[in-house]
Design a protein around this ligand. Structure first.
Ligand code: ADP
Ligand code: MG
Length: 173
């Protein structure tokens, strides 16, 4: 049997506290490397920024940097094991702005790009990436669905499950 790319495969993880989401992010961040792209989707308050903070910490960004939503700029760059670009398209006003932002330079560069509201990037997001969507609100649990697009990301999700397996509440879908 040959698994080609993981398209259509996804894994759902339930996190019950912000700390669990942070921890999932850290585990994922430890596995990421140069050129990786993580696309985060989900409503306001779903936990995208909490997850992004964990990912940055897993990439050895100093927690004192306090990764939060970039408010006036759409991109924050952090120095980690590799450069980490935290991109938040929430405040994007028109699609042409993504062009001006030079999103392609980030996602095709040697750093790791973590993009919130990634659906707003449209076709500028590379086909191959790790899509993560979060649902849930308030103090309730979050359902975190990881969908790898491309073999690299399929392997990453497999490694994530191996690393975090015991401590995660995982559903395969
Ligand atoms: P987003 O970036 O998706 O708009 P944030 O990460 O900024 O969302 O905010 C998520 C909020 O939800 C935080 O205030 C966090 O403390 C809270 N929260 C409660 N439970 C969870 C959980 N299981 N995972 C993530 N955040 C949670
Ligand atoms: Mg956010």
């Amino acid at each position: 049997m040959t698994v080609l790319d993981g398209a259509g495969f996804s894994v759902a993880v339930i996190t019950r506290t912000p700390e669990e989401t942070l921890c999932l992010g850290r585990t994922l961040g430890r596995l990421l490397g140069p050129g990786d792209v993580v696309a985060l989707g989900g409503d306001l308050g779903a936990g995208k920024t909490v997850l992004a903070r964990g990912i940055a910490e897993g990439l050895e960004v100093d927690p004192a940097e306090g990764v939060s939503s970039p408010s006036f700029t759409l991109v924050h760059e952090y120095a980690g094991r590799v450069p980490v670009f935290h991109i938040d398209l929430y405040r994007l006003e028109d699609p042409a702005e993504v062009m001006r932002l030079g999103l392609e330079e980030y996602v095709e560069g040697p750093g790791v790009s973590v993009v919130e509201w990634a659906e707003r990037a449209g076709a500028l997001l590379p086909d191959k990436h790790l899509a993560i969507s979060l649902t849930g609100s308030g103090e309730g649990p979050r359902r975190v669905v990881l969908s790898p697009l491309g073999r690299r990301y399929l392997a990453l999700v497999r490694d994530l499950l191996t690393e975090a397996g015991g401590s995660l509440d995982v559903e395969l879908g």
